[in-house]
Write a protein that binds this ligand. Structure first.
Ligand SMILES: C[S@@+](CC[C@H](N)C(=O)[O-])C[C@H]1O[C@@H](n2cnc3c(N)ncnc32)[C@H](O)[C@@H]1O
Length: 491
């Protein structure tokens, strides 16, 4: 895109100024500007041949100027809280069409809160790159009362802008706002995805597996929502829009065979357990109970005692809980009793779902490890096989895409583990369970081959394809090489 006119240069200079001198303010307001190619991609899909367009957080007007080149300066409307940015946006539009009176431009591009401005107005398209704000700032971000009730306090500001935009477009109109990829699966964005399904559908989707905003690590996407389009996009299925971009193979798991929660109780621990345990954890305590952190869990393997780990800001070779002291202290005695049973321990997140069986019920989990306690002990290895199943991992990676630390990691909460579907092919499942037991009991040399065999049997148990197995196998290998991808910090 051609740039380089006086006002465009002012916009560039302003962005450099924000970058260099006001990094903090820029962070605080979420002002990271949009690359030109992405602007054009959005406008190609969102703009009607003629009509009106709004960017509710227009900054220096990248979307507005590009849209005005297509539709004319009189078609574009914008708002931003930053008066300097608004001034520059106005100047750029003026330069594009000097025949439009400046008062007219000023009436269309205003200093205002995009979440509350434009009452009773509608547009053919709402586009832009609204601010993304972290949790601490979310509460203070402007939003109207109805949205507060509908969305809750922790919804990212970018998703609140998406929600607001849905009210500002005409039937048949389009909303295309840049969003962090957490919008795909974050629980707090669920109500926004639900309203999208009520009003229309995501008809186009852009996402990137690397950050496109200079100076940020946030991965972004653009769901293009067309009002009135069908079929509605499943509010729980947005991850599938982005999965191909992350190389995650498509899977459809059998419904009707029940879920993991039918066979086991899945339980997470929280800060109380994390901090409560700290005084009772010692390194290599004779007679102590192993404390298993996320970083120590590999598929069908605990590396407790063979590699160091961190817990409560300290490094341990073999973190061990003094159970007698813990019991006499009282606070966590019942918790420890409940956890010291045969179970699976599942890492907080990893490249695959990393789970290991604690057959003897002799280990304690460290936050954010999830405990999966079978109702019937005979199901222990069957449950491990389910968590090692490539189609289950692909399903979880898709469904919960963007909720982990990195998009490459699979993060599955206790609730989500309980919702994982069970396989339909009982024979293949039994074979997978037997192989999973052998894999865990095997030495390192043999385990790799046995794990691959578990993957094969469980892919068959879920009627999955070779692509899913190959994808999973590559990820298991990488986990193996890195010695686990997890972290051990409280949730
Ligand atoms: C990421 S920038 C994007 C700017 C522009 N859309 C672009 O891509 O060039 C976000 C902008 O939102 C503005 N902003 C933050 N909170 C706002 C609010 N409540 N209403 C309007 N603008 C806001 C910031 O000042 C910043 O200019």
């Amino acid at each position: 895109m051609a740039r380089g006119t006086g006002a465009d240069e002012a916009a560039d200079a302003y962005e450099r100024h924000l970058a260099v001198h006001e990094r903090d303010r820029r962070r605080a307001q979420g002002s990271f500007y949009t690359p030109a190619e992405l602007v054009e991609w959005v406008l190609d899909r969102a703009l009607p041949p003629r009509g009106s367009v709004l960017d509710p957080a227009c900054g220096t007007g990248h979307f507005l100027v590009a849209a005005a080149r297509r539709l004319g300066v009189r078609a574009v409307h914008g708002s931003d809280l930053d008066p300097d940015a608004v001034r520059i946006a106005r100047e750029r539009l003026q330069e594009l069409d000097p025949s439009v009176p400046s008062a007219e431009i000023a009436a269309r591009v205003v200093v205002a809160d995009g979440l509350t401005a434009w009452q009773d107005r509608t547009f053919d398209a709402v586009v832009g790159n609204p601010p993304f704000l972290g949790q601490l700032r979310r509460r203070s971000a402007g939003r109207n009362e109805a949205h507060r009730r509908e969305l809750g306090a922790y919804t990212d500001t970018s998703a609140v802008f998406l929600r607001r935009a849905l009210d500002l477009v005409v039937p048949g109109g389009t909303v295309a706002l840049v969003q962090p990829i957490s919008v795909l699966a974050a629980r707090d964005a669920g109500p926004v995805r639900a309203v999208v399904a009520e009003r229309g559908a995501v008809t186009d989707f852009w996402c990137s597996d690397r950050p496109v905003f200079e100076g940020t690590t946030v991965l972004t996407c653009v769901p293009v929502v067309r009002i009135g389009a069908t079929p509605a996009t499943d509010p729980d299925g947005w991850g599938a829009l982005a999965a191909p971009g992350f190389g995650i193979p498509a899977v459809s798991l059998p419904a009707g065979a029940g879920t993991l929660g039918d066979l086991a109780a899945c339980t997470a621990d929280f800060r109380d357990q994390y901090y409560g345990l700290a005084p009772f954890v010692h390194d290599r305590l004779a007679g102590g109970v192993p404390l298993v952190t996320t970083g120590l869990i590999d598929p069908a393997e605990s590396r407790w005692g063979s590699v160091p780990t961190r817990f409560a800001r300290r490094r341990y070779d073999a973190p061990s809980v003094d159970l007698d002291a813990l019991r006499s202290d009282g606070a966590l005695a019942r918790w420890a009793e409940a956890r010291l049973v045969p179970k699976l321990l599942v890492a907080g997140q990893g490249r695959v779902i990393e789970a290991v069986a604690d057959e003897a019920g002799a280990w304690l989990p460290s936050v954010p490890v999830v405990s999966v306690v079978p109702h019937d002990l005979d199901d222990l290895w069957r449950l491990l096989a389910v968590l090692l199943a490539p189609p289950v991992v692909a399903h979880a990676a898709t469904r919960y895409l963007g909720t982990g630390l990195t998009p490459g990691s699979v993060k599955v909460s206790a609730r989500q583990l309980a919702a994982l579907p069970l396989p339909t092919d009982a024979d293949a499942w039994a074979e997978g369970a037997d192989l999973a037991r052998r894999a865990q009991r095997a030495g390192a040399g043999e385990r790799t081959g046995l794990l691959a065999a578990v993957g094969g049997a469980m892919t068959a148990a879920y009627a999955g394809g070779d692509d899913v197995h190959a994808w999973w196998a590559a990820r298991v290998r990488r986990t193996d090489e890195s010695g686990g991808a997890g972290r051990s910090a409280p949730a």
